[in-house]
Structure formats: C-alpha cells, structure tokens
Design a protein around this ligand. Structure first.
Ligand SMILES: [Zn+2]
Length: 291
C-alpha cells in the first residue's frame, strides 16, 4: 500500500505534469471510485471546465485546488479555489498515469481526465479501493472526506514531537508498532516505515507504547522523519504495486534495514533478522539491535 513517501512522490509528479491543466472531459468507468455525495454525475459536471491548481498532501490523501478557467495560474492563490477541490486516496493499488496521446485503456482504468490538447490524467486501480472526491467551494475538505477528520499530525510538522507522542501514548498498552500504524496518532506512516523507523530507533516493535522512555520517544520521532525523508528522496519504495506517474518504482526498498528481510543478516550487526505478525501485520526486526 502506498505510504507517505509514495503519496508524496505522486504529488510531486502531479505538480510537474499538470501545470495549468484545464479539464475538458472526464470519464468515470467505475462508479465506486467516486466517493463524494453527488457520485460520478456531479464529479464530472464540476470537474469539467475547472483548472487544476496546486496539489497538497495530508497523510495519504492528495488534494488539488480547482480554479475557474480564466483564473491565471500566476495570480491564483491556493485559497481562491472557486471550483472547489479534488480529493484522492490511492488505497491499496491506485496509481496515476499521465499520457500525452490516446492509448487504449486497460480493464483497471477507473477515471480518465483530459485537457483540450488531448493529454490525459488516468487513474488505474487493480483492486478498486481507491477513491476520489469533489469538494464544493467554501467547504473544508474534511466535511466531504471524512477520513481527514481523524488524522493525527504530519510527521514533518512541529506538532509531531516526543512530547506529543508521550502525551498521546501515556495510557496506551498496545505495541508501539500498532500505534505507529494508527493514522490518528501520526498521519501517513504504514507497515514499511513503522518497521524501519523502529529499527533505526533501536526499539522492539512489540514494546508496550506507554513503557517507552523519553529518550526512546525522541529517537523514534527522529528516525521516522529520517526514513520518510530518505524514501521520498528515492521516489518511495519498490514494494507493492506502487508506480509514479511515469510508471517507475521507487528505490527505497532495495536498501531497507529490516522490512521484508526476515531470515537475512542484519545490516548493522549480522544477526539473523526476525519476522512475525503483530496486530495482523507482517513485522520485521533485529533481536540484537532492538530492545
Ligand atoms: Zn542488528
């Protein structure tokens, strides 16, 4: 499943490809892909004629500001979204393609968005859990995209620090790995980066959340930011169906410390890495480096 670095990679790709993209035609092949109240009818109606502006990311959600056709890109601020917003969640297998010519659509093509020049932004999703929303102007996106309401702080924000984690986890007896996967604790981390950041912080994934020392919490905040930043720099990870807009996999996975490396030697101490299940998720750790 795409996590924060993969979604951030997609955001950068969208910013790059969709500069000044004026939507002239929208085709929705699967009704289920459109999650906003008016369904595909309203989605198509409102998107057509809109100019796609800046893309932002919140957790694993992507949001684009929509502007009037005659708004000039240079003068439009993010808030002058007179046509509302476009929201996207890739879920398990969703990804975008940007095509400059008309290539036949594969059976997993869910939504196609063209401009007048015939360039196409295509949303492809094998498992079909991905979602898109149209948010009416003047509405905070969380009014339409309910998942946004429950998101914790962004890992790179000032609000995410060891003091916050301590307070948030002080009465939590669940394993720290499970807490990291909880989007209401911190937005955007998932299985890969939870395992990786716990390794870098030297913390066993099974440790009871409220038993972590201040020093460990501090190390964890830092290591989570570090692994996310490093992965963004590499375009996300190679695992899963993730692709960027040019169909390219990220490069983080090849150098993971522990993720999917159970049975192999630890890159730090050569001890055989462990693999197990924790709260239903595959979990990887070093029995020597993590205490
Ligand atoms: Zn080790």
């Amino acid at each position: 499943m795409p996590e924060l670095p993969e979604v951030e990679t997609v955001r950068l790709g969208l910013l790059d490809c969709l500069d000044n993209f004026l939507v002239s035609k929208v085709l929705v092949s699967t009704e289920r892909s459109i999650a906003s109240p008016g369904g595909s009818r309203e989605f198509i109606q409102e998107l057509e004629g809109s100019r796609i502006g800046k893309w932002i990311r919140r957790g694993k959600y992507l949001l684009a500001y929509l502007h009037e056709e005659d708004d000039k890109t240079s003068s439009i601020s993010a808030i002058s979204n007179r046509r509302g917003m476009l929201g996207v969640h890739l879920r398990m297998t969703g990804y975008f393609q940007f095509l400059k010519e008309d290539l036949g659509a594969c059976p997993h093509t869910r939504v196609r968005i063209w401009n007048r020049q015939g360039s196409e932004l295509r949303f492809v999703d094998t498992r079909n859990f991905g979602q898109m929303w149209w948010v009416p102007p003047g509405n905070p996106p969380e009014n339409v995209i309910s998942g946004l309401k429950h998101l914790g702080p962004e890992p790179f924000s000032k609000a995410f620090n060891s003091r916050y984690l301590k307070q948030r986890l002080q009465s939590s007896r669940r394993p720290i790995k499970s807490a990291l996967l909880d989007q209401s604790v911190v937005a955007g981390a998932g299985n890969i980066y939870a395992d990786e950041s716990l390794f870098k912080a030297g913390i066993l994934p099974h440790t009871q959340s409220n038993k972590l020392s201040d020093k460990q919490l501090e190390a964890l905040c830092k290591s989570l930011k570090d692994v996310l930043k490093e992965s963004i720099g590499k375009g996300g990870t190679t695992f899963s169906d993730f692709r960027d807009l040019n169909g390219i996999n990220g490069k983080y996975g090849g150098q993971a410390w522990v993720y999917r490396r159970g049975g192999q030697p630890c890159r730090q101490c050569s001890t055989k890495l462990m693999k197990g299940r924790l709260s239903g998720r595959s979990t990887h750790w070093c029995p020597r480096c993590q205490l």
